[in-house]
Unconditional design. Structure first.
Lengths: 122, 356
């Protein structure tokens, strides 16, 4: 009987704790997808990462929507303007890309127009 | 056998104590937050790392609103626990036979094994980008580096072996096997998810499946020693599914409130999800408001399943519509989403009837 009560307590903890601390506590999840009212004032409309191999620019495509549309653009934006992060980002790209490359650039498309940010690989 | 619990025992007192405690802390938290820029928020950041992110993303007023909510969140958790204790005492859990419960557990494991190749596909992409791996806090020691995909495949084969034992083997709840094997399988599942989440995002694709699994494993351990616990264990397994919807609805209610139905909300959601096909709906504000209200009502109604299992006859079709709708309008999920498959475990089979 006590064990059955403990199972109910576990259920409360599994859902209640992330709800109370407002964070995911893996393997417990905090739920509420789209719960916060989103803000439309995104600073950029899209961000495309390109890499230069043998003088030709190629769009970086991983074949995975999360990496292409969310993870890598966010990492690139975080890295921009911070020498240490830029170096780390380039290093990780080098470790992951199939070919050696000369440069990386990201093209940020904003409402006001396009901005190109270019970073040499060396 | 019914649980015998004093409904006026520890739960309401803990709720009251927590309410007063958080009410007292509110002033302390507020003063820390207002002095955030002077670095006074370190302690609060340790307790609530989410606050510092929201402070930057949404501004101080939003965070202060969240602080004021903490006392109510605490009470909600204890009211939830009180409901879970009180209603079964009045009604019993179900008359589902042990054999029927075992078959449902087997079916669940078949489903997990069917979805595992999808998860492995995601892990194979992540293995290629392993330089970017950032382990979750709990796994910084256990999995500091992303393992080779060969090792992941080996673990997956082990998972299939354990799953096959549970699905095909003849076992009884009092045996050692099911609890041990299910625990091992769950730990492997947690490892797969930890690797999946090690790239900056907690993905909720497998959330209802994971929460049900998480509650099933300790349930099997209890069932081993307590032969009467089967119906409770299955109801808690189901609660692992519907709880995801209920708490999701609660968050919407607490974070967005009435603004959830506001005329601009749907428009913003559509704009942020250009991969969906919901642009045409912006021209119909009443219909889009109705859809948002339907989504919230559907999620909050999940708790009715604890007392009225037959609510599933409404909840399951509504859930299927909800998931297909978010897929079509926002491009989130898909027809093959594990969320849709997990909904069917809520089905009140003819052998499930509450004792009156």
């Amino acid at each position: 009987m006590v064990r059955q009560k403990l199972l109910i307590v576990l259920l409360c903890i599994a859902f209640g704790l992330p709800f109370l601390v407002l964070a995911d506590l893996f393997p417990f999840h905090r739920f509420g997808m789209f719960a916060s009212l989103p803000r439309q004032s995104s600073s950029y409309a899209s961000l495309e990462i390109q890499w230069k191999v043998n003088g030709a620019w190629k769009t970086l495509e991983t074949g995975n929507a999360y990496f292409d549309q969310s993870y890598l653009p966010q990492k690139a934006l975080q890295a921009f303007g911070n020498a240490g992060l830029e170096k780390s980002f380039i290093g990780k790209l080098k470790a992951s890309m199939p070919l050696a490359f000369d440069s990386v650039r990201w093209i940020k498309t904003e409402v006001s127009g396009k901005t190109q940010i270019r970073i040499p690989a060396q | 056998m019914k649980l015998r619990i004093n409904p006026w025992g520890v739960w309401p007192w803990l709720a009251l104590a927590g309410f007063l405690g958080f009410w007292g802390l509110e002033f302390f938290f507020e003063s820390m937050l207002r002095n955030w820029s002077q670095g006074a928020g370190g302690f609060l950041q340790m307790l609530y790392p989410a606050f510092s992110r929201k402070w930057i993303e949404l501004g101080p007023e939003v965070v202060l609103d969240l602080v004021k909510q903490l006392k109510f969140r605490w009470v909600i958790v204890f009211v939830f626990g009180w409901i879970l204790y009180w209603f079964p005492q009045k009604t019993g859990f179900s008359t589902l036979t042990d054999d029927a419960i075992r078959w449902r557990i087997r079916l669940f494991l078949v489903l997990v094994m069917l979805y595992l190749p999808d998860l492995l596909g995601e892990l194979s992409v992540r293995a290629h980008w392993s330089a970017f791996y950032e382990p979750l806090p709990l796994f910084r020691l256990l999995l500091p580096r992303f393992p080779s995909f060969g090792l992941i495949q080996t673990l997956a084969i082990a998972f299939f072996g354990l799953g096959a034992w549970l699905v095909l083997g003849k076992w009884h709840s009092s045996d050692h096997g099911p609890s041990v094997v299910a625990t091992a399988a769950f730990l492997l599942w947690v490892v797969f998810l930890a690797l999946f989440f090690g790239f900056g995002k907690i993905d909720h694709t497998y959330a209802s499946m994971s929460m049900a699994f998480l509650l099933l494993v300790p349930g099997l351990w209890v069932w081993k020693y307590d032969a009467d616990a089967g119906p409770l264990i299955f109801r808690l397994f189901q609660a692992g599914i519907w709880g995801c919807y209920f708490f999701s609805g609660l968050e919407k209610l607490l974070l967005a409130g009435f603004d959830w139905f506001g005329p601009n909300h749907f428009q913003t959601l559509i704009a942020l999800h250009p991969q969906g096909h919901g642009t045409w709906l912006i021209a119909y504000p009443v219909l889009s408001g109705f859809l948002l209200a339907f989504g919230l009502a559907f999620q909050l109604s999940a708790i009715l399943l604890w007392r009225f299992p037959n609510w599933a006859f409404v909840f399951i079709p509504a859930g299927v519509l909800f998931h297909l709708g978010t897929w079509y309008l926002l491009g989130v999920g898909g027809w093959q989403s594990p969320w849709i498959a997990m909904l069917f475990f809520l089905w009140p089979a003819s052998s499930v009837s509450f004792r009156r």
